[in-house]
Each structure stands twice: as C-alpha cells, then as structure tokens.
Design a binder for this molecule. Structure first.
Ligand code: ATP
Ligand code: ZN
Length: 285
C-alpha cells in the first residue's frame, strides 16, 4: 500500500509544532523522533527529519512528497513545489533593520549600503521592486551581529518579538514579508498518495476549525428564544432542549472565536443566563 512521505524540521522552531500537528491529526509516531526517519503507527505516513533549508529540494525531487517549512524558506529556495496549506504556527516577519541611532526615513536610505542577510533571493527581489541598489552580503547565521562588527550597514532577518534586534542595538525599519509555516507538496504525486494527502488535509482542517470555534451552552426564557437563535446561527441551527423549570430552555450552539465577545454581550442583553463555553476537540463541517 502507498505511504506518503513528509519532511519536517529535525530540530528548531518548527520541530515541536510540526510534531504536534501530526499528533492532533491522530498520527502517532512509532519510535522516537531523534532519528532521520520514522513511521506512523496508525496512518500510511513516513516522517523524515531534516534541516528546514533542505526540505524544498527534497520535496521537488520527490524524496519526500510533502514538507513543512516557513513561507520564508519556501520563497527563498524558489523550488518547483506548491503550497498546499497554511498551518498557522511559526509566525514571524522578514524585516530590514539598521543601527538604532541611524537616521532612516524611506527605503531609499539603503541606496549604496551593505545589507547582511540569509535571504538574498527575497531581499534582492524586494530591493529591485523598490529600485534601490545595495550590496547584499549573503551570510548563513548570526546576521544580527553584522553591523556591530562592521560587516554591514543594515541587516535583513527574521523577527518575531524584536528582542534580538533590540539586544544588538538595531531597529526594524521595513517589513518585507509576513511568514508562517506552510505545507508544501510535490507537483506530481501518485493518485494513491493524493488520496492519503487529502485525508491528512481533512484532519488538519478539522483541528483548525475546532481551535477557531467554541461550543456554547446557555439558559434562556422561552419568549427570548427567537432573538437568541438569531444571534447564534450554529453549524446548522442551535439545539434547543426544555429545562425542568417551566418556561425555560437550554440552547446549544457553536460560535467563532473572532465574534465571541460580541456574541456573549448580545446574548446577555437578550436575557441569556448560565452561559457555558467549552473547547471543541475536532470539528467536521
Ligand atoms: P535548521 O537547523 O533546520 O536549518 P534554522 O536555524 O534555519 O534551522 P530556525 O531558527 O529553527 O531555523 O527557524 C525555522 C523557521 O521558524 C524559520 O524559517 C521561520 O519560518 C520560523 N520562525 C518563527 N519565528 C522565528 C524567529 N523569531 N526567528 C527565526 N525564525 C522564526
Ligand atoms: Zn535552516
């Protein structure tokens, strides 16, 4: 039987969340995660542990069928692979930073400057788009120290909180890219593997829906039920059950995280009482 091969980061910022994603999709890794390769115990999947930089190439070559990398790595490596899904973790931005006492008002201030980065492809594209000529120094690590040791006038690097920049006396002046982890895929996988991939995607989506939604239960006087049902559309429509106390009902529904507080306020204003909100583990729509 077919098995799908997935490449994930061996160690680093995406490693734990990638393994967590598999776990939440009900995929158990059989033995340890410290090897080059392992197999899922209960899903037709083989897992390869690699450096993130190598993953796009392996997926292009078909050594792995799919892989998890930051969008930044996907764009920088520029391989013939497709983004299959956005995964919502590993969020960061690729930014340009300069020494904090440096005068900076527009991107034109980078004209003729030396910029150190590990993202030469994305940076040169960005500079070209803005018609700025600068010298790109492609270095592989510790980019943030480059201005301090006189190697560069500016840097282009990944930022999340900004504390690394701050500790190195730098300030963020341009955001080039907002990135998160993505699932990339080989462009020509077999029908059998495609079916497995769809199964995997279905599960990932169920987990994501569950995270974005909450199950809500409340008590309401019967004469308010119409208004309350309008506020709570639910997956199809809310469930209404009679309470032992006459004239009252229990209403069950699902609400989206984004509108959550507004809905709660609205419900209270319409006479809802005893509102309970509980997490959902999986949600299939
Ligand atoms: P490897 O040993 O696999 O080459 P690495 O050192 O290149 O690892 P990490 O620092 O582990 O990579 O980062 C992996 C990915 O995590 C990045 O490519 C990026 O998409 C994401 N990420 C999220 N937040 C940050 C951050 N603050 N700094 C760097 N990367 C981040
Ligand atoms: Zn890397």
């Amino acid at each position: 039987m077919d098995k799908i091969k997935i490449a994930i980061q061996k160690s680093g910022r995406l490693n734990e969340d990638s393994i967590k994603l598999l776990k939440e999709a009900g995929i158990n890794l059989s033995n340890g995660v410290n090897k080059l390769k392992t197999e899922a115990a209960n899903f037709p999947m083989e897992i390869f542990f690699l450096r993130d930089d190598d993953i796009p190439q392996y997926v292009e070559d078909g050594v792995a069928d799919i892989g998890i990398v930051g969008e930044n790595v996907f764009l920088e490596k520029n391989k013939k692979v497709a983004i299959v899904d956005h995964l919502g973790f590993g969020k960061c931005r690729l930014s340009i930073a300069v020494p904090k006492n440096e005068q900076y008002s527009t991107i034109k201030d980078l004209e003729g400057k030396r910029i150190a980065t590990s993202y030469a492809v994305i940076l040169s594209e960005y500079l070209k788009k803005h018609k700025v000529n600068a010298e790109i120094h492609d270095i592989s690590g510790s980019v943030e120290i480059a201005p301090g040791i006189g190697l560069a006038d500016a840097i282009c690097d990944l930022v999340s909180s900004g504390s690394t920049l701050f500790m190195n006396g730098l300030k963020e002046v341009e955001v080039i890219l907002k990135s998160e982890a993505v699932l990339i895929g080989n462009n020509t996988i077999s029908e059998g593997k495609k079916a497995i991939l769809n199964k995997f995607l279905f599960r990932i989506k169920a987990v994501r829906n569950a995270k974005n939604n909450k199950y809500i239960l409340l008590n309401a006087p019967n004469e308010k039920l119409d208004e309350i049902c309008k506020i709570l559309p639910g997956m199809k429509s809310p469930t209404i059950l009679p309470l032992a106390e006459k004239g009252w009902s229990s209403v069950h529904s699902v609400v989206n995280e984004d509108d959550f507080w507004e809905i709660i306020e609205n419900l209270k204003a319409n006479g809802a009482q005893g509102i309970l909100v509980v997490p959902i583990e999986k949600m299939i729509v």
